[in-house]
Design a protein around this ligand. Sequence first.
Ligand code: ZN
Length: 104
Amino acid sequence: MSVGRATNAVVFTFGPGLAVAVGWLLSTYGVPALLLLSCSLSVASSATWLLSRLTEGRAQVRSRCAAPGCDFQVSTRGVDAAEARRWQETAADHPLHRYRNPRP
Ligand SMILES: [Zn+2]
């Protein structure tokens, strides 16, 4: 099993597992079934989204423009070193610089 598949398995197991745990805890307090369901689903979706964003960010490579004030950047994922280097050169030599606060 590759690292990416193992990470996905952990992410998509932890979220529903946490939802079941929260649902079980809430059920001991006599929470109505529909409220229990909505709370469990929101916990599952939030935990899965958060973990997937955290694991995506770890595998992502960002290349930024070196021009002062330019916020242009390229994000890549799952590329080899040569392709990452090409994207880095592209980010450093793009035709139109973008400035967050353009000068008047
Ligand atoms: Zn630029």
